[in-house]
Write a protein that binds this ligand. Structure first.
Ligand code: NAG
Ligand code: NAG
Ligand code: NAG
Length: 394
């Protein structure tokens, strides 16, 4: 017991006053292993997942908004049946607020929390949501509680609902459309200069070191010759995270540089890497790229303002390329969490760390370390709390 007291006190004194950087993706993942396609059968699970996201975001200290919208889906996720129904979706938005009146100030991190009804709901896109929550937790915690970081600019964490673009033959608008057009645009006062960019996490768990596990078609080599050469050189392993962007505006280039810089920071010989896939006009899109433009990044890239003028907003899509990379065959006797192997955990954690560091650098200022009790008030409170706990249990 003495030892425990000492351990707790040391913990309270040091860890809480410093940057918290222990990624724990597993804590969220088992909440995200079941279907969330918006039909009656999944109603209960959808609600419980939504409530979990809301509860977590509140707990992390974010200001949480629920944006409801109506849209139309096909009740058959395979798109074979033809019954269409109107459904209500809810985007969950967590805001870490700071001064916004500054060029490039507002940054969005987002992931879909529904599922397409046919693919594995943990990979598509449970892992993206788990990553989103971990980035939110690490950022908000260090910004709010440890007192080591002060936010200069507003960061928005959004869990999108109902991405109809990824369903088979569902005609309604997806959640991302409503978010950008009806929520974000007024939030940035209809001025693209206030927007820094979005990071979209869509399918970020599956790394595969087997040869020939990555599928590319012929047009890929024409579009991205350097990436093609590297992937071919490794005999088509699925050993990279794709960073997909559109165009070469200054804001887009900055966003990409800042993210990739943080992806490679502090690496220790990991076997995976980042592939920079930049879409340009005039490209002959292959099937993979056609899939990329169904993720939520498309609502930023091709945003239209109130007069229907296109105002491209910077965004990057982070993805393992989804169904273009082999997944092990379904195992009926396995628990879904068995799929969360060490290799995959390491892969998704690298994305979480890179995104969090990107926010630390871009959105906040790191204050100099100090031992003064006044400046580390939250730390002092935690020490007191822990002392109480120790008393209680002794
Ligand atoms: C969605 O539709 C319902 C009824 O069909 C309506 O009551 C509600 O106001 C609509 N919500 C939005 C956000 O348009
Ligand atoms: C960010 O906020 C900190 C603390 O309020 C301040 O010292 C710093 O000058 C700000 N940086 C920018 C770039 O506004
Ligand atoms: C913008 O386009 C939409 C659909 O294409 C149309 O319904 C709407 O009236 C247009 N708005 C303006 C202001 O032109």
């Amino acid at each position: 017991m003495k030892l425990l007291t000492v351990a707790l006190l040391v913990l309270a004194g040091t860890v809480w006053a410093d940057i918290e950087f222990d990624v724990d993706v597993e804590q969220h993942m088992d909440k995200l292993v079941r279907q969330r396609y918006p039909i009656e059968d999944n109603k209960e699970n959808r609600e419980s997942v939504r409530n979990y996201i809301i509860e977590r975001m509140r707990y992390y200290g974010l200001d949480v908004k629920e944006q409801r919208f109506n849209t139309t889906i096909n009740t058959d996720p395979r798109g074979i049946g033809s019954e269409q129904i109107q459904v209500q979706g809810t985007n969950v938005i967590g805001i870490n607020k700071a001064v916004t009146q500054h060029p490039g100030a507002v940054v969005v991190v987002g992931a879909d929390y529904d599922s397409d009804g046919t693919s594995d709901p943990m990979f598509y896109n449970g892992a993206g949501v788990a990553a989103l929550l971990e980035v939110a937790r690490l950022y908000a915690f260090n910004e709010g509680w440890s007192g080591r970081l002060v936010a200069n600019y507003t960061t928005i964490f959004v869990a999108f609902d109902i991405n109809t673009k990824l369903y088979e033959s569902s005609p309604g608008y997806p959640g991302g459309h409503f978010f950008v057009k009806e929520w974000l645009w007024p939030f940035i006062q209809r001025n693209p200069d206030y927007f820094g960019g979005a990071v979209i996490l869509d399918s970020v768990l599956n790394v595969n070191y087997e040869e020939r596990s990555q599928f590319l078609d012929a047009d890929f080599g024409t579009m991205f010759p350097e990436s093609y050469e590297r992937i071919e050189g490794g005999n088509f392993k699925g050993d990279f995270l794709a960073m997909v962007s559109s165009g070469n505006s200054e804001a887009t280039e900055t966003l990409k540089d800042q993210f990739s810089g943080n992806y490679y920071k502090g690496r220790k010989g990991e076997r995976f890497r980042l592939e920079d896939l930049q879409l340009r006009t005039g490209m002959n899109f292959d099937d993979m790229v056609k899939r990329f433009v169904k993720s939520e990044n498309i609502h930023f890239w091709s945003f239209k303002d109130d007069t229907n003028t296109t105002v491209p907003l910077p965004a990057i899509l982070l993805t393992d390329t989804g169904s273009f990379r082999n997944l092990p065959p379904n195992c009926d006797t396995c628990h879904p969490m068995d799929m969360l192997t060490e290799e995959r955990t390491e892969f998704v954690e690298a994305t979480i760390k890179a995104t969090t560091n990107f926010l630390f650098k871009r959105q906040a200022t790191l204050l100099p370390e100090t031992d003064s009790a006044v400046s580390s008030l939250p730390s002092a409170i935690m020490t007191a709390l822990m002392l109480c706990l120790v008393r209680l249990y002794m």
